[in-house]
Design a protein around this ligand. Structure first.
Ligand code: C5P
Length: 235
């Protein structure tokens, strides 16, 4: 069987039935399905079983936890029974919170969110983080990995610098991925799937170019095929 492409499909669906339908269509072609805050908060833990179905696809719980260490640990323990492969925590929650999450859910890879790509330098200044975004990203990346994060979310533009900072063992996950010719939607800084992998990304988060297609299964298969042809699938 063909190896599944290193793509996490963002299931940003309006309802559970749609999410489950997309999951069934794309599951045979991709490694991972990403469940975000909107779906999780609307439907709760049941959403995980609904999208996982009977498939062996990995679950990326993008809950972006950001709280004191004891609460982050409690939240991580609460979702451990859902067996996610990946769980996000904000790096800005601090090293103790990252460490607490990693200890609380040893079966999952804690993925740290460095700086949200919706924030520019002026926004960072307003919240008291001076200096260029790239320095904040590198500093938070190093801090999170030191504290036990084994994955990082970063933009395709930051991935090479982050890779140089944290080495090869950390899974680098990039949103803002658009196949050539696809609509950028609200993503400002985009890269094609091939470019993102060549820059050093390990897992590509792709939502609307797949879920907004008339046939999401075919769209996922087409991107997976283009990655195989470009021979950039390196893990
Ligand atoms: O539809 P699209 O491909 O833009 O979806 C990207 C997904 O990645 C969405 O679920 C979005 O919330 C998420 N994301 C992002 N930028 C980040 C972090 C997460 O677009 N920095």
């Amino acid at each position: 069987m063909a190896r599944h492409a290193p793509i996490a499909v963002a299931l940003d669906a309006p309802d559970l039935e749609t999410a489950a339908r997309w999951a069934a269509l794309v599951g045979p072609h991709v490694s991972t399905l990403k469940i975000g805050l909107e779906l999780y908060l609307r439907y709760g833990p049941d959403v995980v079983a609904s999208v996982r179905g009977a498939s062996g696809v990995e679950i990326f719980l993008d809950l972006k936890l950001h709280d004191i260490p004891a609460t982050v640990a409690g939240a991580a323990r609460a979702v451990a029974r859902l067996r996610p492969s990946l769980l996000t925590v904000h790096a800005a929650a601090g090293p103790a919170a990252i460490r607490a999450a990693a200890d609380a859910i040893p079966g999952a890879r804690i993925v740290a969110v460095t700086v949200l790509t919706s924030l520019g330098e002026a926004d960072l200044g307003q919240v008291g983080l001076a200096g260029p975004v790239s320095s904040a990203v590198r500093r938070l990346a190093a801090l999170a990995v030191e504290a036990g994060a084994r994955g990082l979310v970063c933009s395709p533009q930051e991935v090479a610098a982050v890779r140089a900072e944290v080495g090869d063992d950390v899974l680098l996950i990039t949103p803002g991925v658009r196949p050539a010719g696809a609509a950028a939607n609200d993503q400002a800084r985009v890269a094609t799937p091939e470019e993102a992998l060549r820059s050093g990304a390990d897992l590509l988060v792709i939502g609307r170019p797949i879920t907004g297609a008339a046939d999401p299964g075919a769209a996922a298969a087409a991107i997976a095929g283009s990655l195989r042809r470009a021979e950039v699938v390196h893990r």
